[in-house]
Write a protein that binds this ligand. Structure first.
Ligand code: NAD
Length: 476
């Protein structure tokens, strides 16, 4: 399916010289669609020399000029959106409409950072002595090593690339080996948009080998990782031991609070669509539904209807509403979570089983009566499973909602302003959205607390993580 799967080093599309390669598999058919070569140490050394050189050039380009180049890249992403989206669906599985929306949102992210780079203001601090100017100047931190995952192969990569480049940094990004074609399509837009050689480099290989080599390397000044909590903790420890700045966008286990004063069926409709988007492989996917006992039956009834009528199939089929999971690991993990919950007493309201024996399909699933001891109550399912829980008393429910080490996104539905303020303050998470799904826009900060990580992508906060403050005091 691919024309080629090349790496991008120092402004050139190159065949990697690593000894290994791997098949890329279409998750809807389980059939290979391409072979991806791995980077060698020599290739990484070339990428490091390029990113070092690229930084020296790029930091001197004005943010105004950088913005112009980034906007050209954004326009190319829009022009090529259909083509990139089709590749994305075939390698990752999500339905074509979601893939297209992802690619178009990448263009918006680039555009937004193109402008935000021009607003990287410092400040003047009033001096104590006549003739002194105290200034804080924002500088790019330097060459970045980025690691992006397979669930949103385009937007997870572009959030790192666009923010780093807008700040004046250069970057080597390791994109996901399971979904390499759509990030290549994205990077081509930056290349064709005029990003100078060395500023952006793209590699693939064995993730642990690449991160162990790049993170300690003296040329790299900043790490940005999106992925699971255990890998994030490991990479953050490595970064810390080499005094490197890091941004960690890790997993979540989002609670959804549904109060008695809302239309339960309307909320079920909205959140049902959000739950099964990308087959639930979303770090901010709504997972634990705390529903007030007065509206519980109506909410669960409607949600279950939505789940059981969500058409599952190949993402290229226009009738499909949920595609396959991205890889067989996820199907096994989701099946294990559901079986474990059932063994411990949970009931399956709908779904609960894998579909067929070709492709990584799993039924949209709703679990009720799930005991605290079930693994899915503590571990991120990262799949199409919703857990329904009743509550009567708000404070007791908030304690349950906050008890996990995760703290990424939380959702609440209420028409009562006092309740809204109370839960917005009490929820332990980096993002809280009330009465709608209002997160993950280019201009708003996206990030977690607790084990979900730290640092932001999106918003002016997402630019700040690629900048460092320098204090300059000048007399005369
Ligand atoms: P995993 O933990 O093996 O990998 C997660 C991601 O980290 C992948 O993209 C992988 O390539 C990368 N990775 C793994 N080890 C690495 C290393 N040593 N150095 C650099 N990168 C490394 O698990 P998986 O099976 O690929 O994904 C499953 C879990 O990952 C999910 O349960 C979910 O919690 C998490 N995940 C989170 C996000 C997110 O958006 N935060 C995205 C994808 C996966």
């Amino acid at each position: 399916m691919y024309t080629s799967l090349e790496h991008y080093i120092d402004g050139n599309w190159v065949k990697p010289s690593g000894a290994k390669s791997q098949d890329v598999i279409n998750p809807a058919t389980s059939k290979p669609i391409g072979a991806l070569g791995h980077v060698s140490k020599g290739d990484l050394d070339r990428a490091l020399a390029a990113v070092d050189k690229g930084f020296k050039t790029w930091r001197k380009v004005s943010s105004f000029e950088r913005g112009k180049i980034l906007r050209k890249a954004a326009d190319l992403v829009r022009t090529r959106a259909n083509e990139i989206a089709k590749v994305l669906t075939q390698e990752q599985g999500k339905v074509l409409a979601e893939a297209k929306a992802e690619v178009l949102s990448a263009a918006d992210i680039i555009d937004w950072y193109a402008g935000e780079g021009q607003r990287a203001y410092g400040r003047i601090i009033p001096a104590r002595a006549d003739g002194v100017r105290n200034m804080v100047v924002m500088e790019p931190v330097g060459p970045v090593a980025g690691f992006s995952p397979w669930n949103f192969p385009v937007t997870q990569a572009v959030r790192k690339i666009a923010a780093a480049l807008a700040a004046g940094c250069s970057i080597i990004i390791k994109c996901p080996e399971e979904t390499p074609g759509s990030p290549i399509g994205l990077v081509k837009c930056f290349h064709d948009g005029g990003v100078p050689a060395g500023v952006l480099n793209l590699v693939y290989g064995v993730p642990a080998e690449i991160s162990e080599y790049l993170i300690p390397h003296p040329i790299i000044r900043k790490i940005s990782f999106t992925g699971s909590v255990p890998v994030g903790k490991h990479l953050n420890a490595l970064a810390a031991s080499h005094m490197k700045r890091a941004t960690m966008e890790l997993g979540g286990h989002s609670p959804v609070l549904v109060f008695e004063d809302v239309d339960p069926e309307g909320v079920a409709k909205l959140m049902g669509a959000m739950k099964y988007r990308n087959a639930g492989q979303v770090c901010v996917s709504p997972t634990r539904f705390f529903v007030h006992e007065k509206v519980y039956d109506k909410f669960v009834g409607k949600f279950t209807d939505i789940a059981s009528t969500t058409k599952v199939g190949d993402g290229l089929d226009p009738d499909t509403r949920m595609g396959p999971l991205a890889n067989p690991r996820r199907v096994n993990a989701v099946e294990t979570f559901v079986n474990d919950a059932q063994e411990k007493g949970a009931k399956v309201a709908t779904g609960g089983k894998r579909i067929g024996n070709q492709g990584n399909f799993f039924e949209p699933t709703v679990l009720t009566d799930v005991p605290e001891s079930a693994r899915i109550m503590h571990e991120e399912p990262f799949g199409p499973v919703a857990v329904m829980l009743r509550f009567k008393e708000t404070d007791e429910m908030l304690t349950r909602a906050n008890k996990l080490p995760y703290g990424l996104a939380s959702y609440a539905f209420t028409t009562d302003a006092k309740t809204a303020t109370k839960v917005a303050d009490a929820l332990e998470s980096g993002m809280v959205t009330i009465n709608h799904f209002g997160i993950a826009l280019p201009e708003t900060p996206f990030g977690g607390i607790k084990d979900s990580g730290f640092g932001h992508e999106g918003g002016s906060e997402g630019l700040q993580v690629y900048m460092q403050a320098k204090f300059i005091s000048h007399l005369g």
